[in-house]
Write a protein that binds this ligand. Structure first.
Ligand code: HSE
Length: 306
């Protein structure tokens, strides 16, 4: 195989109480990439459609992760990468992670899959770090593994796959404003109160238990973030109104997707997710801010060959 076309999905990181460690994978939105072997050694980005991003490999998230992998293999050929970007950078649904994951997944397939998914995450972290100025894998892991993932540790990298209840859907609204991950990390406190930490880890533990046992009521009771959301929600127009409207329409919970501005909700069943979509649309259409909205089943497959 000399050429491959792949779909690299959008993801939701943090999931309210799991800042920097929990994430899940979406199936209705993602980037496409074509990767091919070339005689010319190195990594060459030859086409970018959708958004204005750098072609220099060392300045491009997909290029940096591909270079990290390329430097770890011994081949006498190179790779060309075409990027068809659908996920807007700075949207909060894992745009940089989709780029970072797509290039390493595609190259791995073309060279006979010598690396496992955890090793691919190690390479992809280098690309993600270019975008967010720190090494975190809570978008990368669900994009690579699919479903819900828990990044237990970055060094050494340890990723746990968490089951997704069958009837779990997400409705995500993406207001068309940009929030840079590096900036929304900079506004977070460096220290937190012990009482907040206790609330957060109780909710995080119970959310993981709820996902394992398909306990939708417990998911609903656990989707609470007392540490990050109070700070970041100020950057997102109408965040509280959207959250209230979604919960009134039957969502299990709502929170900031990654570093925002996207807002995610989790819902039981497709009909409920569509009702929540309507409720969010009616709030957001009054703001004058353009937005996209997606309803998605949890994608248990992750990045894939098209
Ligand atoms: N956990 C990261 C953050 C995800 O919230 O900063 C960035 O998408």
């Amino acid at each position: 195989m000399n050429e491959i076309k792949i779909f690299s999905p959008a993801t939701v990181a943090n999931v309210s109480c799991g800042f920097d460690v929990l994430g899940f994978c979406l199936d209705s939105v993602g980037d496409e990439m074509v990767i091919r072997k070339t005689d010319k050694k190195g990594i060459h980005i030859t086409k970018i459609e959708g958004f204005d991003l750098p072609f220099e490999s060392e300045l491009n998230v997909a290029g940096v992760s591909a270079l990290a992998m390329y430097n770890a293999i011994d081949v006498d050929f190179g790779f060309e990468i075409e990027i068809y970007k659908n996920i807007k950078p700075g949207s909060g649904i894992g745009s940089s992670a989709a780029s970072a994951v797509g290039s390493v997944f595609g190259i791995n397939e073309l060279i006979g899959k010598p690396f496992n998914k955890t090793q691919l995450t190690e390479f992809a972290i280098k690309g993600e770090a270019l975008a967010s100025k720190c090494e975190h894998a809570d978008n990368l892991a669900p994009a690579l593994f699919g479903g819900f993932t828990l990044v237990k540790s970055i060094s050494p990298l340890q990723i746990l796959e968490i089951p997704s209840p069958d009837d779990l859907y997400a409705t995500i609204v993406h207001p068309q404003i940009e929030i840079k991950t590096s900036e929304s990390r900079a506004i977070l406190p460096k220290q937190i109160a012990l009482s907040d930490a206790i609330t957060q880890w109780a909710n995080f533990g119970s959310l993981i238990h709820a996902l394992h046992t398909s306990d939708y009521d417990l998911i609903k009771n656990s989707l609470l973030d007392v540490i990050v959301e109070p700070h970041r929600s100020k950057l997102i127009p109408c965040f509280n109104k959207v959250k209230e409207a979604a919960i009134n329409a039957g969502a299990l919970g709502a929170g900031i997707s990654g570093s925002g501005p996207s807002i995610f909700t989790l819902c039981k069943g497709i009909q409920n997710a569509k009702n929540v979509e309507d409720a969010i649309k009616s709030v957001y259409s009054k703001t004058g801010i353009e937005f996209d909205i997606h309803v998605s089943k949890i994608n248990t497959e992750g990045v894939k060959i098209l």
